[in-house]
Design a binder for this molecule. Structure first.
Ligand SMILES: *Cc1c(COP(=O)(O)O)cnc(C)c1O
Length: 339
């Protein structure tokens, strides 16, 4: 077997041994298939290619100190994919089948789950898309579901670090009543130009305000936002935010730690009042925000002067990771142990 340099993995793609596939035809899902090919055979007129009928998920498997492999919140990801199917008029994949496919994909690629000490993990990418050949704009009859896995490195190589974000009012990620709440690939295509521009200017990601009024906070790139003040965890509510499972988990942990949790509209000026701020998602768990520059208003909201994350960000981050790696008990039933 080739040697993998676990602690120097990036958030890239590394070939693993097997992937799982499942076809939906004639109104029913077929059997799970195991493949060792990295390629799909697709009709050139498949709806996913022309009309963006595609949604995906992202979750991780972790190897504990005890050698046990734990997968974080499979069921929540299955439920979210079902919501995406509803929103894009795609066939709905039952939770059992989703779970079986994820477990199988991890099991067959067990040797790619990084060792505990490396701080790396196995990223799991399930996705579902329309495959019927048609040019008429209507939902496909046939669908395909695929799960592949790839090991990814620790998000913070130089340690947990705060980074800057930027408000750019000339770009939107999703329409107020559009597909923002759906984990659709198309939302990402729509965000690439703004994201690249932000990166070019030295920012981690775009800090999006609501598309209609540009008054309220939406998301930080492809991560949810939260702010901390007066022992309260505040996270925006909006019709265009993707419901992050990490955010949902952090809210539960914040409550457990005795904090208040508020999910509501958050006006952009309120940024001034937060003691700490972070972006959250599966890739990094928490990415602490150093500052947010509002270019048009020529204003800067600073949360960390020295680049170090705030105390509560660190506490929440450590707690969630401890549950994921099995260092602390899974009181919420979030973890599935691979047998
Ligand atoms: C996937 C995603 C997130 C993060 O969700 P997690 O379930 O925490 O990984 C946040 N925002 C967008 C737009 C996303 O696509």
């Amino acid at each position: 077997m080739e040697q993998i340099d676990w602690s120097n993995l990036t958030f890239g793609y590394l070939k693993t041994d097997f992937n799982i596939r499942c076809h939906y035809t004639n109104g029913a899902w077929g059997e799970l298939e195991v493949s060792d090919s990295e390629h799909l055979t697709l009709h050139m007129a498949a709806t996913c290619l022309h009309y963006g009928q595609e949604a995906f998920e992202g979750l991780k498997a972790f190897r504990g100190k005890d050698g046990v492999i734990r997968i974080f919140r499979i069921e929540a990801n299955a439920n979210r994919l079902q919501k995406s199917s509803e929103g894009l008029m795609m066939a709905e994949l039952p939770t059992d089948l989703f779970t079986e496919a994820v477990l199988k994909a991890v099991k067959l690629n067990e040797r790619f789950v990084p060792p505990y000490e490396s701080g790396a993990s196995l990223y799991i990418r399930p996705y579902l898309f329309g495959t019927s050949a048609q040019v008429g704009v209507k939902p496909a009859k046939d669908y395909m579901f695929v799960v592949f896995v790839t090991p990814v490195g620790p998000y913070f190589k130089g340690g947990f670090e705060a980074t800057p974000y930027v408000i750019m009012r000339e770009y939107d990620r999703a329409a107020p009543l559009g597909t923002g709440t759906i984990k659709a690939g198309g939302n990402y295509a729509a965000s690439l130009v703004a994201g690249a521009k932000a990166n070019e200017m030295g920012y981690s990601a775009v800090f999006y305000l609501d598309s209609k009024e540009k008054k309220y906070i939406d998301e930080c790139g492809a991560a949810n936002f939260f702010g901390i003040k007066n022992n309260t965890y505040v996270t925006p509510e909006s019709t265009s935010i993707l419901p992050s499972i990490t955010n949902n988990s952090l809210m539960a942990l914040a409550k457990e730690m005795g904090m208040k949790v508020e999910q509501r509209q958050v006006p952009v000026e309120e940024l001034e009042t937060f003691e700490e701020a972070g972006a959250c998602g599966t890739a990094a768990v928490i990415s602490p925000i150093q500052r947010i520059d509002d270019l048009q208003e020529d204003k800067s909201y600073v949360f960390s002067k020295d680049g170090n994350p705030g105390e509560i960000c660190v506490k929440l981050y450590k707690k969630l990771q401890a549950i994921q790696y099995g260092d602390e008990p899974d009181n919420f039933g979030w973890v599935t142990i691979l047998k």
